[in-house]
Design a protein around this ligand. Structure first.
Ligand code: ANZ
Ligand code: ZN
Length: 858
């Protein structure tokens, strides 16, 4: 690391002043616009590098600094690799937080939002990500949200957008509905309130029609998206395979279907359970005695008061009401009593289940609570090929032979048998394994016309309407005569009215409904008096396709240009927080598939590679004002400068890991930058110097970095590149001070390569170094130098192999050979083996790369 002495010794090289350098280069970049993508005639191959766009809730914070820093490393890297890189920026500027903040401060959400955008823009400018500013967009501009409305209408035409009444998630604090995805463990994602259910008519997008594709296409992303995100997406869609089984109900014409993943256990069904809050339960209760009707009514009321967390809690005692009705098992004709309970959910599968208490824990808990029969149909003590059964021991410690073992009894142990085994008590299924029995049961059901193979999904349709002001108005007009009438495309955008005069505070109905001048319109169809739909769209609609809008952000004739999409999209590198692992990514993937089906796109996945950065913490926890551990982006920037901040973030560790700001050293980064920068001022050789004569050791280091950095950058090992740059800078310093000196061509070469690679992390310093080395701006466009293969050949060192202190062999090895590797090589040496003979090795000392000494006895 640099020290005071360095500064003194090399005073002729100038003093590194980040503020001066920043002020010098910003205007130059503004003038030259080196980051403008897609200029006419540009024939470079293309890359699309995208950062998840920010939400303007105040100034940028350290999390932004990190995420946008990583995105910019990628963008700059590909530019040096000779690509025309599209790296745009915009704002996700609609949404509840802006509205709530506006309500709190009595301000207009519009003014509040745009003021924050301006603030963030100013900070971005200094931070200098290589954005193409000409494509800037704000989702709250009518020029943008017009196309949300267009997208909605396209989906409406196809039946993908639709309205239905149902029980929806309701946040009592924000007074608005929430999509399932916005309910986290039963709480509102935004404000943390416990989410309740409310019966409302709402707009939905039919994501469930795309469920299979949303799962299957994840295979395309394997290895390119974080594994964790892929599995979160899979779990969220929650596809399970099994069967729909139809049961006759005594005294009812229509059969009732249940979804089961275990049709093999049909002979073990001993009762049926319907969701207490389903229509079916109400209907079945209707036919029961008055006593039962009363008990059911009371029970239903208590179930409605429960949150989903309470309902699904496994540790809570089971509750339910026997409805005095019976179903008939389609395979064995058995009568099954029907119960209503809360543990079956109304909106999953068919809202009813066949209960198999011997093999399903929830059913077993229920059966034990209400004394219902338990019948084992899969003997998990009987071995099945490929499965090693757990063999218990008898009193004498001898293993039971599996054949001797009676099936375990869940009714007394309280533990359901979920494992594999042989079917028993199951007529035609007896003797089969679980997998075979599932298959056979489905065949039998199909033959009898009382069931079929089925898939089921946890995924629900996307609820997109919100009862709030600051969002995209839904382009539908409700007419008493004509019903739902889409706003004609030429009338788009449906602009938001002014906020002034409207009461924005949450009250369960959209504030837009009170904007009389706005809401009352003539029906586009019949001309009669009609009303606009007063709901606005979930802001995840805005962000589901914004990456396409960047391609021609100012085009007012269409949402995006399919030809440009063909040219640039899908996004090659997407960078953003893992908090968007489910919601945003799922919706963007869905909308991409919709646009593909509509013929606007030629691809089905929007983001080819995904990098999720970790969080920036302080003292081990998330930064927050209230905890008093907030590190302010602006003050860090003032104190250390953009480049030191960016280098610190990149150097802190793998980008996926969290960074604790307490553990890093922006001061150290600044010293490293100053050291690199000084070297560029000391170089005395001219730009046209012949490299060949330079110090070979330094040249080797330079070329090894040129060769390794691309692989490292593409594997997101940015911290390793920074470490290697530090190593190179130190070696260059040594060559100047203790070697051939500042005039050596290798010093110039190392300084130039340092500047070029440093541009990924410290663009100001790199640009200034480039100028000091005698070049014109901008360094961002300098092509990556080809490493000289001849310099990559590893030099080798001689390792001495000793046995009991006597030299027995010599080996040429890499200077970076590991101790393990060197020991292995030594033990493989024929001379060493001869020297050891049949003596016992008692100790091995390895001093890689130079020495191995093997001590023997015997
Ligand atoms: C009989 C059975 C026997 C089941 C057995 C499981 C084990 P996943 O994997 O989550 O899809 N189920 C079906 N609909 C339900 C609902 N609306 N509410 C609560 N539970 C429901 O789970 C499917 C299994 O969950 C189904 O398979 C059903 O129980 C239950 F040994 O049917 B099973
Ligand atoms: Zn009409």
């Amino acid at each position: 690391m640099a020290n005071e002495q360095d500064t003194a010794q090399h005073a002729d090289a100038g003093t590194y002043d980040f503020a001066e350098i920043e002020a010098k280069w910003l205007p130059v970049w503004d003038e030259l616009e080196p980051f403008r993508a897609g200029r006419p005639g540009d024939t470079r191959p293309r890359k699309y590098v995208l950062d998840m766009f920010p939400y303007p809730s105040g100034d940028l914070h350290m999390g932004h600094a990190e995420a946008f820093g990583f995105g910019d490393i990628s963008a700059r890297y590909w530019r040096h690799q000779g690509f025309d890189v599209l790296h745009p920026i915009g704002w996700d500027s609609f949404g509840l937080p802006a509205e709530n903040a506006a309500i709190k401060r009595g301000a207009d959400p519009r003014e509040w939002t745009y003021a924050n955008i301006e603030q963030q823009k100013r900070s971005f400018r200094r931070y200098a990500p290589s954005f193409d500013w000409s494509r800037e967009l704000h989702t709250s501009d009518p020029e943008y949200y017009k196309w949300n409305q267009w997208l909605f209408l396209k989906m409406y035409e196809k039946g993908i957008a639709y309205r239905k009444a149902g029980n929806v998630n309701w946040c009592p604090v924000d007074q608005t509905v929430l999509a399932n995805e916005q309910v986290v463990d039963g709480h509102c994602e935004r404000c943390g309130a416990v989410v309740t259910k409310k019966a409302l008519t709402q707009w939905y997008f039919r994501v469930t029609d795309y469920a299979d594709r949303l799962v299957d296409d994840l295979n395309q992303l394997e290895g390119k998206w974080p594994h964790k995100v892929l599995s979160m997406q899979r779990n969220w869609i929650g596809r399970s395979s099994g069967a729909d089984v139809e049961f006759e109900i005594e005294g009812r014409d229509e059969r009732v279907a249940v979804f089961t993943t275990r049709p093999d256990t049909l002979y073990g069904a001993t009762f049926m359970v319907v969701a207490a809050d389903s229509e079916l339960a109400a209907e079945l209760a209707d036919g029961a005695s008055e006593e039962v009707q009363r008990r059911f009514g009371d029970y239903l009321e208590s179930v409605r008061a429960e949150t989903d967390i309470e309902r699904l809690a496994t540790d809570k005692p089971k509750s339910g009401v026997f409805l005095e009705r019976y179903a008939v098992n389609p395979l064995n004709g058995e009568r099954l009593p029907i119960w209503a309970s809360d543990y079956v959910l109304a909106d999953y599968g068919h809202g009813a289940i066949m209960a198999v208490p011997a093999h399903d824990q929830r059913d077993l808990d229920f059966a034990r609570a209400f004394d219902l029969p338990v019948r084992v149909v899969v003997d998990t003590n009987q071995p099945v090929t490929g499965v090693i059964p757990v063999i218990p021991l008898d009193e004498d410690g001898n293993p039971y032979l599996p054949d001797d073992l009676p099936p375990l009894d869940p009714a007394s142990t309280g533990l359901a048998l979920t494992g594999d085994g042989r079917l028993i008590n199951s007529g035609p299924l007896d003797g089969l394994s679980k997998a075979k029995a599932i298959h056979r049961a489905v065949e039998v059901l199909a033959e009898r016309g009382t069931g079929r193979a089925a898939k089921n999904y946890r995924l629900r349709d996307w609820l997109i309407s919100r009862q709030r002001f600051w969002g995209t108005p839904i382009p539908i007009i409700h007419c008493a005569e004509c019903g739902e009438v889409p706003v004609p495309e030429q009338d788009l955008p449906v602009r938001l009215p002014e906020a002034a005069g409207l009461d924005l505070s949450p009250k369960g109905a959209s504030p837009l409904g009170a904007a009389e001048d706005w809401v009352n319109v003539a029906c586009p169809n019949c001309g009669g008096a009609a009303r606009r739909d007063s709901d606005t769209m979930d802001t995840f609609v805005d962000s589901s396709w914004y990456f396409l809008r960047y391609l021609n952000a100012t085009d007012d004739a269409r949402a995006f240009d399919p030809a440009e999409a063909e040219r640039w999209a899908p996004v090659d590198q997407y960078v953003g927080g893992v908090e968007h692992a489910i919601l945003h990514l799922m919706y963007a993937r869905f909308v991409t598939k919709v646009l593909f089906d509509l013929g606007y796109l030629g691809f089905t996945e929007p983001f080819t590679s995904l990098l999720n950065q970790g969080m920036v913490l302080m003292d081990g926890s998330k930064m927050s004002k209230s905890k008093g551990n907030l590190v302010e982006f602006a003050s860090e920037l003032n104190q250390h400068g953009t480049d030191a901040l960016r280098v610190t973030l990149a150097f802190a560790g793998p980008p996926e890991d969290d960074i604790d700001w307490a553990d890093v050293s922006p001061v150290g980064s600044a010293k490293f930058l100053a050291r690199a920068w000084r070297i560029s001022g000391e170089v005395t050789s001219s730009p046209d110097v012949e490299w060949k004569g330079g110090d070979p050791a330094l040249r080797r280091l330079t070329h090894r970095l040129l060769a390794d950095a691309p692989g490292l950058a593409e594997a997101y090992k940015f911290n390793v590149i920074v470490a290697r740059l530090m190593e190179l800078v130190n070696a260059t310093r040594k060559t100047i001070d203790q070697g051939p000196g500042a005039g050596d061509p290798a010093v110039r070469e190392a300084a130039e390569v340092t500047a070029m690679i440093l541009d990924l992390f410290a663009p100001y310093t790199a640009e200034d170094m480039w100028a000091r080395l005698g070049y014109e701006p901008t360094i961002a466009l300098v092509p990556w130098r080809k490493p000289d293969r001849a310099l990559l050949v590893e030099e080798s060192v001689t390792a001495i192999l000793q046995v009991d202190g006597k030299v027995r062999d010599r080996l040429e090895v890499s200077p970076r050979v590991s101790a393990e590797e060197l020991e292995r090589l030594a033990r493989e040496s024929a001379s060493v083996q001869r020297a050891i003979g049949d003596r016992e090795v008692v100790n091995v000392i390895v001093r890689a790369p130079k020495l191995v000494n093997i001590a023997t006895r015997g």
